[in-house]
Ligand binder design. Structure first.
Ligand code: ATR
Length: 274
């Protein structure tokens, strides 16, 4: 999506993938910085590690405790953050951002027309993606958040964090006794064709929600989404989230509006082949 966007804007830039062992992450970030990269994206497990490896953190990274986007150079950083060499030349520096959290909300609004303020949400999963989603939803003033995870203690930790950060949000661990407006799957269940549903239908029926969002985008329709659709729910997969975290990163690096239609088209072609 980035290469398609660079081409559409006539930028002679390239987006490339590198596999980096976590123990070499600091060296990789420093290397990219001194080689004049405009920026980088990071995925698991680097998002948490990079928090300690950038020169400055944008509020988005501070708030969500993870860095998925780094920008090198001077632009876009407040003078207080940008250290200056004795010679007056701005020092090379790196700034960490998080574009994942906002992308969740943008995708939910765009793809499912969900109004989060006042909504009841059942969130499945309490790994990295689940944690960011839970904290972000709480900050959007959902009315009630139900957290379900295979490892209950991880859901409990997140619930405790939300109680501190967003005391007005009712948060509990376990399946709701009432209907909800949205189920959000942030587990990895559904990536493989023989995976079980991430939801225990004996404890909560898909008839009790209006909409289901699955962060998984490959396959395009997980078992959860197919079952939800059959139950009459509005559904969407995680492509919108992938698009919007990328679009925001693009804007951070280039300072130009992301060509969203071009980027979405490139994603669809690359991921689904049509
Ligand atoms: P990510 O960064 O994508 O969130 P992760 O941190 O490894 O990745 O989290 C994976 C999520 O999927 C977790 O909620 C995990 O549950 P646990 O916290 O109990 O590990 C969930 N998950 C993965 N495999 C699962 C399975 N077979 N059954 C139920 N939940 C599963």
């Amino acid at each position: 999506m980035h290469n398609a966007a660079f081409a559409a804007l006539g930028l002679d830039w390239r987006y490339l993938a590198f596999e980096v062992d976590p123990k070499n992450l600091r060296a990789a970030i420093e290397g990219a910085k001194v080689m004049g990269f405009a920026g980088i994206n990071l995925t698991v497990p680097h998002k948490l590690l990079a928090m300690e490896m950038v020169d400055a953190l944008d509020d988005s990274a501070k708030q969500w405790g993870a860095v998925n986007t780094i920008k090198f150079g001077g632009a876009g950083v407040s003078p207080a953050d940008a250290s200056v060499h004795a010679g007056g030349k701005p020092a090379l520096h790196s700034v960490g951002f998080n574009t994942d959290a906002d992308a969740i909300v943008t995708a939910l609004r765009e793809d499912l027309k969900v109004e989060l303020r006042g909504a009841k949400v059942l969130l499945l999963g309490a790994g990295g993606a689940g944690r960011t989603a839970a904290l972000k939803l709480a900050s959007e003033d959902v009315a009630e958040l139900f957290l379900v995870n295979r490892t209950t203690s991880k859901a409990e930790e997140i619930a405790a964090e939300i109680k501190k950060q967003s005391p007005s949000v009712k948060v509990s661990v376990g399946y709701p006794k009432c209907g909800v407006d949205l189920i959000l799957n942030a587990t990895s269940l559904g990536l493989k064709p023989d995976d079980a549903l991430p939801l225990d239908e004996k404890q909560f029926s898909l008839n009790q929600t209006r909409a289901v969002y699955d962060m998984i985008y490959r396959p395009a329709e997980t078992k959860l989404l197919a079952t939800a659709k059959a139950a009459g729910c509005r559904t969407a997969n995680g492509l919108g989230m992938l698009l919007h975290q990328g679009a925001k990163a693009f804007e951070i690096w280039t300072g130009r509006p992301a060509p969203l239609a071009v980027m979405r088209r490139a994603l669809e072609q690359n991921i689904y082949g049509h």
